[in-house]
Ligand binder design. Structure first.
Ligand SMILES: [Mg+2]
Length: 126
């Protein structure tokens, strides 16, 4: 199981990465959407992307649109937006672009696990 954490805040990449590792995932990181695209090109087997919205260079929304344009990634990986952009308009925009779930910052491990459950993604419950 492989997760890609895309966030410009290192503290988020570290904390979310630690949670996903505890849940049995191999974790890849990217600090912006452009790095996220590089990671996806090198690791097309990523199962889930945890995606921030506001980032320099390329934001999470633009990354998401580009990801879903690739027929190989029309459905997989599943994408969970992890963001402070929690207005209903923003949420609907991300869901329409192919996001699968939404987590509001701040988040905890229980919240992450509940979203993985909703998406039918496996994890190690240690
Ligand atoms: Mg950010």
């Amino acid at each position: 199981m492989k997760a890609l954490v895309v966030d410009d805040a290192k503290v988020v990449r570290v904390s979310l990465g630690r949670m996903m590792k505890q849940l049995g995932y191999e974790v890849l990181e990217a600090a912006d959407g452009a790095q996220g695209e590089e990671q996806m090109a090198a690791n097309p087997d990523v199962d889930v992307v945890m995606l921030d919205w506001n980032m320099p260079v390329m934001n999470g929304y633009d990354f998401l649109v580009g990801l879903r344009k690739n027929p190989a990634h029309a459905v997989s990986p599943r994408v969970i937006m992890v963001t402070t952009e929690t207005g209903i308009g923003q949420m609907l925009k991300a869901l329409a672009a192919g996001a699968d779930e939404y987590i509001m910052k701040p988040f905890d491990k229980d919240m992450v696990m509940s979203k993985l459950d909703i998406l039918g993604l496996e994890y190690a419950d240690s």
